[in-house]
Write a protein that binds this ligand. Structure first.
Ligand code: ZN
Length: 199
């Protein structure tokens, strides 16, 4: 027996399909939404649709942004010869929040994971290699997570780039093994960045 009417069930099911939202939270959110004034609900649904329709991948670093090029890549004050490679836009945001890094980024949108069938061609590696040829890149800093996948990806990128004579470094000390860049505090992130070692 269905506990709620069709439309309410659909809403709960859609919310429950989001990451980190279980069925109980989905029910709580659904009833919260149903109790909101109509204009608030419209703002929420418009925000979802607008973000989805307008978000594009930056043509330089592949992060998600509104225009063709993200604010970091379009900033001429940033050091375009230094590229920090991160797993996703949230990791880039974590470093931007620290506010000390002056270079630019490259967002892979994933990591190489043979166990999950994710190979080098499934992440944004081609785009990174293309950038190295176009710009006068002096250093590539690999800031993937300290997980098995993150390490595998770092080693792969290092092997790919080093023959081109570009310095490749890896953020190191401070980031706990198995630790996420996204969930690491600002001081630790900065220490990991400062303590990067050449691969
Ligand atoms: Zn960009």
């Amino acid at each position: 027996m269905e506990l709620y009417s069709g439309d309410i069930n659909t809403l709960i099911d859609e919310l429950a399909a989001l990451p980190g939202i279980g069925n109980r939270s989905a029910q709580r959110m659904a009833f919260h939404i149903l109790n909101l004034p109509h204009d608030r609900v419209k703002r929420l649904s418009d925000a979802i649709i607008n973000a989805k329709e307008n978000a594009k991948y930056c043509r330089e670093c592949c992060t998600l942004t509104d225009g063709d090029i993200c604010p970091v890549c379009s900033n001429q004050k940033r050091d375009h010869s230094q590229i920090m490679v991160v797993e996703n836009p949230r990791d880039m945001a974590a470093y931007e929040k620290v506010g000390k890094y002056e270079g630019v980024y490259h967002v892979l949108h994933g990591t190489i994971s043979p166990m999950n069938g994710i190979g080098p061609s499934d992440i944004r590696l081609k785009e990174l290699i293309a950038r190295l040829g176009e710009n006068d890149v002096k250093e590539v800093i690999i800031a993937t997570n300290a997980s098995l996948e993150g390490e595998t990806t770092a080693m792969y990128i290092s092997k790919l780039i080093k023959p081109a004579g570009i310095k490749v470094t890896r953020i190191a000390s401070g980031l706990p093994v198995g630790g996420d860049v996204e969930n690491t505090d600002e001081v630790t992130l900065m220490r990991a960045f400062d303590g990067r070692t050449e691969l």
